[in-house]
Structures are given as structure tokens and as C-alpha cells.
Design a protein around this ligand. Structure first.
Ligand SMILES: Cc1cc2nc3c(=O)[nH]c(=O)nc-3n(C[C@H](O)[C@H](O)[C@H](O)COP(=O)(O)OP(=O)(O)OC[C@H]3O[C@@H](n4cnc5c(N)ncnc54)[C@H](O)[C@@H]3O)c2cc1C
Ligand SMILES: *[C@@H]1O[C@H](CO)[C@@H](O)[C@H](O)[C@H]1NC(C)=O
Ligand SMILES: *[C@@H]1O[C@H](CO)[C@@H](O)[C@H](O)[C@H]1NC(C)=O
Ligand SMILES: *[C@@H]1O[C@H](CO)[C@@H](O)[C@H](O)[C@H]1NC(C)=O
Ligand SMILES: *[C@@H]1O[C@H](CO)[C@@H](O)[C@H](O)[C@H]1NC(C)=O
Ligand SMILES: *[C@@H]1O[C@H](CO)[C@@H](O)[C@H](O)[C@H]1NC(C)=O
Ligand SMILES: *[C@@H]1O[C@H](CO)[C@@H](O)[C@H](O)[C@H]1NC(C)=O
Ligand SMILES: *[C@@H]1O[C@H](CO)[C@@H](O)[C@H](O)[C@H]1NC(C)=O
Ligand SMILES: *[C@@H]1O[C@H](CO)[C@@H](O)[C@H](O)[C@H]1NC(C)=O
Ligand SMILES: *[C@@H]1O[C@H](CO)[C@@H](O)[C@H](O)[C@H]1NC(C)=O
Length: 634
């Protein structure tokens, strides 16, 4: 009997299994077929597009083309995303002219394909060439023309040009002109400028975006716009809010800035905790108040001392826009604790100072800036923070102890102040202006493939970031868009994208700028064609709001049983915001949601987890939200 039953059971099992397998295979091939069809239709649409002004076939790569992997890898700048397990695009379009960009957008929209735009490929999280769903890459590396006018002191530069090419083309015409942007020559203009763009002249001239005067953008309808035709709101958005949420940036027009014939650079290093703590402590008092011509960076890493023990090293790679005599005078007056000597200083032209700052070997020719092959490539993770108050010596000692424990992550402090503090935090989407001493970059670099190794090293940066909480900005914990970090929040671009977007949005842009970006986004791309894991969300449509009103009514009806919430000023204009504010409190985090438990615990905590801490009778206290002045519990 038992055997018999077993048989029945087994054959039922087998039948069930094969049924499942059949269904699975059916569904799988169906979905493969659908996505293959979508890709084929997309390519057909491109080839047959009426607006092409030059043939596009030579710009379309699929895995069937033997050069596909090389084209994909050519602009992967983080080897963490160069693994066999990294999702790959189905198609790469290396646009050769404007009509290819326009056709790509129109056909992708028609066939509902996800598009990733890539200029220089330096996104720290690989967002320009990786996605967790089927996608294609619109690659702009052929858009690299640069036209410099010294008479006008301006230049037009295309998105796929590199910073090195831009610097070189400027200095080819004038050695006393330059542009404030990052010193890494292979970084692309498209991502760098649209995300803010800073370099070692920021204390003198602000960010790249503070010196952009016009732009060309292809919008979701495939239309080419300039500053005049796109309007000031959209122009504002693509100068610091990330281009990726709004369209495809084709080019920017910039104002060149003046640089002296000769600039001075120096690198000073201090080892031993005693010496490092004193100098670092002083740096935090003065670095943002020094002469605007002077940029002294501070870098902490962990090295072996002469006894082979782990210790902290502080390095101060610096640029002064003037001569050594002046520099020594300034340092003697403002920062003698660094002990800068004349012999530490080197005078050179500005072009050479870029190569020096990025650690190219001495004597590298100016043309080094033109190379598109990075000097080094590693697996990496980056995070960012803002320092608003000097850190005490005791605090520094704690940080150093933690760094020695973790070993890998390096902290780089970039001094603010100067021009940065004079520009309004609303002038551009980038909000980190007056009141910041420095921005910190967390960096972990390693060699070696594998998810386990990557997870281990990424974790180290998270542990250090968590440890730094008492020393950096709060409410919100600010972050720099160009230091892309998916840890601070992501969107699935679904129903809750506004709330999800707010979590990282207020960190990158603060609340007012974030709201303005959302308004622009809703206006220019209401169907959210231009999207990624951290794009600007649209406002929820009225239809969705109607559906959710039901839910809100339920919440409001239940609310009195849980908490009483008093808004003295319900975020101004309309019910939508009122609704979001209520929903926020329950569902997600944002500046206004940073509540903490009262009752003497004294521990700040985030409201990240749905409902997690909403306990009947829990004491809630609100920190400094303008809009929501009182939250009381019942
Ligand atoms: C080695 C290195 C050094 C760096 N140094 C600095 C520095 O000194 N200062 C600084 O501010 N940052 C620095 N960064 C960060 C860098 O500015 C950002 O990663 C920037 O986004 C890179 O631009 P990209 O075009 O090379 O990158 P990509 O990966 O091509 O693009 C970055 C993002 O912008 C989008 N995008 C790209 N092109 C366009 C376009 N044409 N239109 C619309 N959206 C577009 C992409 O989809 C992606 O979301 C550095 C990064 C690296 C890897
Ligand atoms: C190309 O477009 C024309 C109309 O412009 C259409 O008639 C034709 O069927 C299209 N061909 C393909 C292969 O899609
Ligand atoms: C890729 O292969 C297809 C089909 O052979 C061809 O039409 C296309 O031109 C190739 N792409 C490039 C960039 O050579
Ligand atoms: C990226 O991965 C490919 C395939 O494994 C490899 O051939 C290539 O060398 C890698 N690129 C770099 C810069 O390591
Ligand atoms: C530079 O000028 C050339 C020739 O007029 C033009 O084709 C190109 O588009 C210009 N580049 C930019 C970035 O405007
Ligand atoms: C800068 O200096 C280097 C080395 O002295 C020289 O070769 C180069 O031509 C100079 N570049 C400019 C733009 O002056
Ligand atoms: C500390 O710095 C001073 C000069 O700034 C130097 O003379 C001394 O050797 C340093 N001490 C150690 C232990 O490095
Ligand atoms: C530092 O010391 C460790 C052993 O503690 C060794 O493995 C490492 O190679 C040393 N690093 C350097 C840069 O010398
Ligand atoms: C340094 O620059 C100043 C102007 O900023 C100038 O007056 C001085 O003569 C220069 N000194 C030297 C040694 O070049
Ligand atoms: C992250 O690293 C810390 C410190 O090394 C360790 O204690 C912790 O377990 C790690 N967490 C994960 C998830 O690996």
C-alpha cells in the first residue's frame, strides 16, 4: 500500500514538476521573445526613422557585433561593474550626430525601452551603463567637440568631451584662462557639469555650474532646446540637478575664468597621531576662511609607520593661484601650524598643475590631458558628507581609531567657503553653500573581482559613514550628487516614487530645491521616460491621488487613535502637499520626518521604516521643520 501511495505521489510530483517546468519554459521563452521583439522593433524603428540626417546602422551595436564588449567596457570607470554578473545592455547606440539622439529617444519611447545615457562613464554606481531591467545605452563619446573663444572668454563644449580635453583646448589658445572643474582628466562633461562639478578652484570661482551660461538639450519629444527655448527653470535644473532626469544634454556654453601665468602647488604630509591631530584640528578652523586663491585639501589614510604599526597619515595636496612668496606670507599668517616651507612649493603653469594634482609623473606633457585611457582603474565605492562645525581633537582621535580598525576607507576633506559661501543655496540645485566647512569623500578602492569582496569593502565605507554621524550635517544628512551613492535611497519609479525620491532628494538638494526640481520634471517629462535609480520623480498624477485619497481617509479616520498631528503651515499651496506630509510621517523619511523619541534617550533616529516606531503613547519630538511645528502624541 505504502509503495503504491509513494508511486502515486511520485508521479503526481513528476507531473506537477513537468507542468511547472513547461509553464516556466513557456513564460521564459515568451518573455525572452517579447524583449527580443521589443529590441528588434526598436532597431527597425531607428533604421527607418524619418528624421535621420545621417545613416544610423554604423552606430548600433548588439551582442551579435563582435566589438560589443569592447564598446561597453571602453567607458566603464568602476571595475565593480565590469563583472560577468553585472547586467549588460541589449543595445548600445554610439550616436554620431544629433538625429541619432533624437531617433533613440523617440523609438525608445515608442517601444517602452529603458534608456541609459552615458558621457564619460564615471558614475560611481555605474548608473550610466547598468540597470536591473532590460535597457540600452545611448553613448555620447563621439560628441566631443569644443569651441573656445578667447575674445568672448567663453566656450561651447559637448557632453561627451572629457575635462582634460576641455582644459587642453582652453590652454591651447590661452595659458591665462581656465575653468573650475574636477582635476580627473577622463571625467565626462555630460555627467560632471549636470551634477554640479567641483575642482580645486571652487573657493575662487565656485562650481562648474556657477559658470555655465547656456546649454543644448534634447527633450522627451526629441526636440533640441537651448537656454532661451527651454526656459530658466529647466536650465536651472540641468545645471546641478543631474541632466539624466530631464533629457539628453548635448552641450554647454561656459564662461572661462582667469588663471595666473604661474600657480603654486604643494603637498605636505604628516604622520603620527599627535602631529596629525593638531594640524587637522587647526585645518577645520581655518580651511574655509583662507584666501580665496588657496585650496588646501586634507586626506586621511591608514599607513604603516616605521615600526610597522598602522597609523594615520594626513596629506595636504594644495593649489594656490599665485606665486610662492605670496603663498608663504599667507600661510605664515593664517596657518603656520602646517609648517609649510618654501622647498615644499613648486611653481608651474595651470595646465601642469592639473597633471600634478592628479599625480601624473613630473614632466608629463600637456597632451597627457587628451588621453581617454584612465591612469588607473579600480573597483570602488564612494560616499559623501558635509562638515558644518569644527571637529574636536577628541572627536578626531575617535575617527582615527575607527579608521585604523577599518583600514581601507580613505577620507578626503575638500574645503568650502570663499566664493562657495557667497552663492545662494537656491541659485542652482546644488544647495551646499554657506555654513559648510568642508565636504568629505569616503573612498574604498580595491582590486579583485567578486561580490563577496565588494560587499565586504562597501560595508567598510558604510560603517565609517555611520560612525561619522555625530560630526557631520544632520536633518538632512547632506550628500553630493556627483558622488553618487545608492545607499542613501533609491526609487523603483513606481507608485511611491515621489516619497522615495524625497529620501535621497532632500540629501542631494535640500527640500526647496528638490521641490522645484520635481515641478520642472513634472512639466517636461510627465511620463518619466528619463529615469534611473535616483532620478527626480514626477508629482503623482491626479488620478493616482484620487485613488490614494481613499487610503488617506482611512488613515485620517484611524489617526486620532494613534497620534495627533498639528500642521501650523501645511507646506503651503495645496492639498497634495498636505497629503504627502501626512503620508510621509507614516511611510518614509525626509527632512520633516526626522523625529526622535523623547524621554531622555537622546538618540536621534531616522523614520525610515514604515510604521516601525509609531507606538501608541510614544513621545515624539520634532526637529526644526519650518512647515511642521508641532507633533504631539496622544
Ligand atoms: C576618477 C573620478 C574622479 C572624479 N573627480 C571628481 C571631481 O573632482 N569633482 C566632481 O565634482 N566629481 C568628480 N567625480 C564624479 C563625477 O563628476 C561624476 O561621476 C560625473 O557624473 C561623471 O560624469 P561622466 O559623464 O563621466 O559620467 P557618466 O557615468 O557618463 O554619467 C553620470 C550620470 O549623468 C548622466 N548623464 C551622462 N551624460 C549625460 C547627458 N549628456 N545628458 C543627461 N544625462 C547624462 C548619466 O546617465 C549618469 O546618471 C569623479 C569621478 C571619478 C570616477
Ligand atoms: C518604414 O516606414 C514607412 C513609413 O515611413 C513604413 O511604411 C514602412 O513599413 C517602415 N518599414 C519598416 C521596416 O518598419
Ligand atoms: C552590427 O551588426 C549589424 C548586423 O550585422 C550591422 O548591421 C551593424 O552595422 C553592426 N554595427 C556596427 C557598429 O558595426
Ligand atoms: C573588464 O572585464 C573584461 C571581461 O572580463 C576584461 O577582459 C577586461 O580586462 C576588464 N577591464 C579592465 C579594465 O579590467
Ligand atoms: C563647434 O563649431 C563647429 C563648426 O562650426 C560645429 O560643427 C560644432 O557643433 C561646434 N561645437 C559646439 C560644441 O558647439
Ligand atoms: C606649461 O608648461 C609646460 C612645461 O613647462 C610646457 O611644456 C607647456 O607648453 C606649458 N603650457 C601652457 C599652456 O603654457
Ligand atoms: C611633528 O611635526 C614636526 C614639525 O611639524 C616634526 O619636527 C616632528 O618630527 C613631527 N613628529 C613626528 C613624531 O612625526
Ligand atoms: C603594512 O603592513 C602590513 C602588515 O601588517 C603589510 O601586509 C603591508 O604590506 C604593509 N603595507 C605597506 C604599504 O608597506
Ligand atoms: C608675487 O606676486 C606678487 C603679485 O601678486 C608680485 O607683487 C610679486 O612681485 C611676485 N613675487 C615674485 C617673487 O614673483
Ligand atoms: C561590516 O563591517 C563591520 C566592521 O568590520 C562588521 O562588524 C560587520 O559585521 C560587517 N557587516 C556586514 C553586513 O558585513
Amino acid at each position: 500500500m505504502e509503495d503504491h501511495c509513494g508511486m502515486v505521489y511520485n508521479s503526481m510530483f513528476i507531473t506537477t514538476m513537468s507542468l511547472f517546468a513547461l509553464i516556466f519554459i513557456f513564460l521564459f521563452t515568451q518573455s525572452l521573445a517579447t524583449s527580443n521583439n521589443a529590441n528588434e522593433n526598436f532597431i527597425r524603428c531607428l533604421l527607418n526613422s524619418t528624421e535621420l540626417t545621417s545613416p544610423i546602422a554604423g552606430a548600433i551595436y548588439t551582442p551579435a557585433n563582435s566589438t560589443f564588449p569592447a564598446v561597453l567596457q571602453a567607458y566603464i570607470r568602476n571595475l565593480r561593474f565590469n563583472e560577468s554578473t553585472t547586467p549588460k545592455p541589449a543595445i548600445i547606440i554610439t550616436a554620431l550626430d544629433l538625429s541619432h539622439v533624437q531617433a533613440s529617444i523617440k523609438c525608445a519611447k515608442k517601444h517602452k525601452l529603458l534608456m541609459k545615457t552615458r558621457s564619460g562613464g564615471h558614475d560611481y554606481e555605474g548608473l550610466s551603463y547598468v540597470a536591473d531591467q532590460p535597457f540600452f545605452i545611448l553613448d555620447l563619446f563621439n560628441f566631443r567637440s569644443i569651441n573656445v573663444s578667447i575674445e568672448e572668454e567663453t566656450a561651447w563644449v559637448q557632453a561627451g568631451a572629457t575635462l582634460g580635453e576641455l582644459f587642453y583646448r582652453i590652454n591651447e589658445k590661452s595659458s591665462t584662462h581656465g575653468f573650475p572643474a574636477g582635476v580627473c582628466p577622463t571625467v565626462g562633461v555630460g555627467g560632471h557639469f549636470s551634477g554640479g562639478g567641483y575642482g580645486n578652484m571652487m573657493r575662487k570661482y565656485g562650481l562648474s555650474v556657477d559658470n555655465i551660461i547656456d546649454a543644448e538639450l534634447v527633450d522627451v519629444n526629441g526636440k533640441l532646446l537651448n537656454r532661451e527655448s527651454m526656459g530658466e527653470d529647466l536650465f536651472w535644473a540641468i545645471t546641478g540637478g543631474g541632466g539624466v532626469s530631464f533629457g539628453v544634454v548635448i552641450s554647454y556654453k561656459i564662461n572661462l575664468v582667469r588663471v595666473p601665468d604661474k600657480v603654486t602647488v604643494f603637498q605636505v604630509r604628516r604622520i603620527s597621531e599627535q602631529n596629525v591631530t593638531g594640524v587637522a584640528h587647526r585645518w577645520l578652523q581655518v580651511a574655509d576662511k583662507l584666501d580665496n586663491d588657496l585650496f588646501i585639501r586634507m586626506v586621511f589614510d591608514v599607513v604603516n609607520n616605521t615600526n610597522g604599526e598602522k597609523t594615520i597619515r594626513a596629506s595636504f595636496p594644495s593649489l594656490y593661484l599665485g606665486n610662492t612668496t605670496n603663498l608663504i606670507n599667507i600661510m605664515d599668517q593664517s596657518f603656520p601650524e602646517l609648517g609649510l616651507q618654501r622647498s615644499d612649493c613648486q611653481e608651474m603653469n595651470w595646465t601642469q598643475s592639473i597633471l600634478w594634482y592628479y599625480s601624473f609623473p613630473p614632466g608629463s606633457p600637456d597632451t597627457t590631458l587628451l588621453s581617454r585611457i584612465p591612469r588607473t582603474l579600480t573597483h570602488l565605492k564612494r560616499k559623501s558628507d558635509y562638515v558644518k562645525n569644527p571637529i574636536s581633537k577628541q572627536g578626531l582621535r575617535l575617527i582615527f581609531r575607527k579608521m585604523i580598525e577599518l583600514q581601507l576607507p580613505v577620507l578626503t576633506f575638500n574645503p568650502y567657503g570663499g566664493r562657495m559661501a557667497e552663492i545662494s543655496e537656491f541659485a542652482k540645485p546644488f544647495p551646499h553653500r554657506a555654513g559648510n566647512i568642508a565636504k568629505i569623500q569616503y573612498a574604498a578602492d580595491w582590486s579583485g573581482d567578486g561580490v563577496d569582496l565588494a560587499n565586504r569593502n562597501v560595508n567598510l565605507t558604510r560603517v565609517l559613514h555611520e560612525f561619522m554621524t555625530p560630526f557631520v550635517s544632520k536633518f538632512p544628512r547632506e550628500a553630493f550628487l556627483n558622488y553618487r551613492d545608492l545607499d542613501i535611497g533609491v526609487t523603483d519609479n513606481g507608485k511611491n516614487s515621489y516619497l522615495q525620491g524625497m529620501v535621497y532628494g532632500v540629501k542631494y538638494f535640500k527640500e526647496t530645491n528638490f521641490r522645484r526640481l520635481v515641478k520642472v520634471k513634472t512639466m517636461v517629462d510627465p511620463d518619466n521616460f528619463f529615469r534611473n535609480e535616483q532620478s527626480i520623480p514626477t508629482l503623482p498624477s491626479w488620478r493616482k491621488i484620487r485613488d490614494e485619497v481613499v487610503w488617506i481617509v482611512v488613515v485620517i479616520l484611524c489617526l486620532p487613535h494613534l497620534v495627533t498631528i498639528t500642521f501650523t503651515d501645511c507646506i503651503g499651496d495645496d492639498h497634495l502637499h498636505m497629503r504627502l506630509s501626512i503620508e510621509n510621517i507614516f511611510l518614509t523619511a525626509g527632512r520633516r520626518l526626522e523625529l526622535r523619541r523623547g524621554g531622555g534617550e537622546g538618540m536621534g533616529r531616522r523614520w525610515e521604516d514604515p510604521m516601525q516606531s509609531l507606538e501608541v503613547g510614544g513621545e515624539l519630538e520634532c526637529f526644526g521643520g519650518k512647515e511642521m511645528e508641532e507633533i504631539a502624541s496622544k
